[in-house]
Design a protein around this ligand. Structure first.
Ligand code: GSH
Length: 292
């Protein structure tokens, strides 16, 4: 074990300065808007304000799946929120999500526009609105929702714990990396055992449980997150691998992954989405010049 830093917490914590971590410049200990900034509004009932992080991808995959099923009411405008530049602290965004985190959805088809925040709740809202991707049978529905809520409770240990200390912290600290690696591998084992029993997390059918879990744990075992595939020995979770690959091949998932993405290979980026044709008619000037 490496020597821990010689730090004695003061009686009262004070916010001194950015701590050097990758996202230090946007972290602060208070909530609320920092500046006036209206959100753009497009022509569709559903307005999505997001970015293609795993939490954002859940919603764009869901919307693309609904459209693929023929739910025309799921047409949406997806606007890019650049969290590294502080867009989530603009007054318009905070009005839709007081927690200042993507994704945030505004459903303007209601008499009074309905704001929806927290990605798990957005999935549940859309599944209920369109009566899709969530079983009606109470037992099957409850099982799917258990896995949806499992994701919401578990992923902060993967992202805020493992991912932060393995990939983003200003130095490599053995204690937190050990702690969160242990938990991440335990979670992968939970999924692996479940997926040894059934094709999808909720049972036979693909549902919002898979849509919530895949952008985190699917991406992790496919080697897309934190460059940690070898460290975590992700190939050993064979049932998660089978499930992750099957979902990755779905056309709606391939489209959803691209929406609001402004980093990585140019051909995988679609900064804003307003129409299904945006996927086909992307032009170079809509794409980032370089991988981010
Ligand atoms: N529990 C939230 C988490 C959302 C979240 O953490 N979003 C991140 C990106 S993945 C974010 O917007 N971070 C900006 C910030 O923390 O200022 C959800 O699932 O919607």
């Amino acid at each position: 074990m490496t020597t821990p830093i010689d730090y004695v917490p003061p009686a009262v914590w004070t916010w001194n300065a950015p701590n050097g971590g990758q996202f230090a410049s946007i972290n602060r200990p208070t909530a609320g808007a920092t500046h006036d900034q209206d959100l753009p509004v497009g022509q569709h009932p559903l307005q999505l304000y997001s970015l293609a992080t795993p939490n954002g991808v859940k919603v764009t995959v869901m919307l693309e799946e609904l459209l693929a099923m023929g739910h025309r009411g799921a047409e949406y405008d997806a606007w890019l929120i650049r969290i590294s530049e502080g867009d989530q602290f603009g007054s318009g965004f905070v009005a839709v999500n007081p927690n200042s985190k993507i994704p945030a959805l505004l459903d303007r088809s209601a008499a009074v526009p309905q704001r929806v925040f927290e990605s798990g709740n957005i999935l549940l809202y859309l599944a209920t609105k369109f009566n899709a991707l969530l079983p009606e049978d109470p037992a099957a529905r409850t099982e799917a929702l258990s896995w949806l809520f499992w994701q919401m409770g578990s992923a902060p240990y993967l992202g805020g714990g493992f991912g932060h200390f393995y990939a983003y912290a200003p130095a490599k600290f053995e204690y937190p990396i050990d702690r969160f690696t242990m938990e991440t591998k335990r979670q992968l084992d939970v999924l692996d055992r479940r997926l040894a029993q059934c094709r999808h997390l909720g049972g036979d059918d693909y549902s919002i449980a898979d849509i919530a879990v895949w952008p985190w744990y699917g991406a992790l075992v496919l080697g897309h997150l934190y460059n940690a595939a070898e460290f975590l020995q992700v190939q050993t979770y064979t049932n998660v691998q089978r499930w992750a690959q099957e979902i990755a091949a779905r056309p709606a998932v391939r489209r959803g992954r691209m929406v609001n993405r402004n980093w990585g290979p140019a051909e995988e980026q679609l900064h804003e989405r307003h129409d299904a044709q945006d996927f086909d008619t992307r032009t170079q000037d809509k794409l980032s010049p370089a991988a981010g």
